[in-house]
Ligand binder design. Structure first.
Ligand code: IMP
Ligand code: MG
Length: 181
């Protein structure tokens, strides 16, 4: 069709099957740590698909976690150096004395997760661990590393499985890279 842009081609990086298998392994690892009254905090929006699958993996691994959500906005697009993180939606429950597991889609600069970790630790959690589906270590700026990592991700912009480009592609059941058609 003349005058219409060709649809983007998406190269699969991590398939549905690979993600599902890795989530089973992560769930077993988390269960083996025997967390005390596990309280999962999922960072919206990017983690919502991963959170839903990991929660069911944790159930199959014998745990009964609670989950709440936190929406954080970071300003790394705005200024080079601010690095500020703002809380748009906070968890409601008291985390005092509980094993907190923060989950997110991608650990990149690390600013978002460093902020969330320090915030929840400061509220008296017994422990705060981080679980990310993808780690992009090449991009790290904050002092943070994840306790549980799904996959190490090449330094490319990925979409799908909850992750977006300008609010699109979150619905893809796999993780891919947009290529020029
Ligand atoms: P940071 O670690 O504070 O830089 O924040 C990482 C966040 O940036 C992730 O939770 C994603 O929401 C977003 N992000 C980073 N890399 C990508 C990508 O390749 N695709 C989609 N979102 C990304
Ligand atoms: Mg995010």
């Amino acid at each position: 069709m003349s005058g219409t842009a060709a649809p983007p081609v998406i190269r699969t990086l991590f398939s549905e099957q690979a993600i599902a298998a890795r989530i089973t392994e992560l769930s077993d690892e988390i269960a083996a740590s025997e967390p005390n009254r596990l309280f999962v905090v999922a960072i919206l929006k990017g983690s919502f698909v991963f959170a839903a699958d990991l929660m069911r993996g944790l159930h199959r691994a014998g745990l009964a976690p609670e989950i709440e959500f936190m929406t954080l906005s970071s300003y790394h697009e705005e200024t080079v150096s601010s690095g500020a993180v703002k809380i748009l939606h906070d968890v409601e429950s008291d985390v005092t004395g509980r094993a907190v597991l923060i989950i997110d889609d991608i650990l990149e600069s690390g600013r978002t997760l460093a902020f969330a970790r320090d915030l929840l630790a400061g509220r008296g959690a017994q422990s705060v661990e981080l679980c990310v589906l993808l780690d992009k270590p090449a991009r790290r700026e904050a002092e943070v590393s994840a306790d549980y990592i799904g996959f190490e991700c090449p330094d490319e912009f990925v979409v799908g499985y909850g992750m977006d480009l300008a609010h699109g592609y979150r619905q893809l059941p796999f993780i891919g890279v947009l290529e020029q058609a």
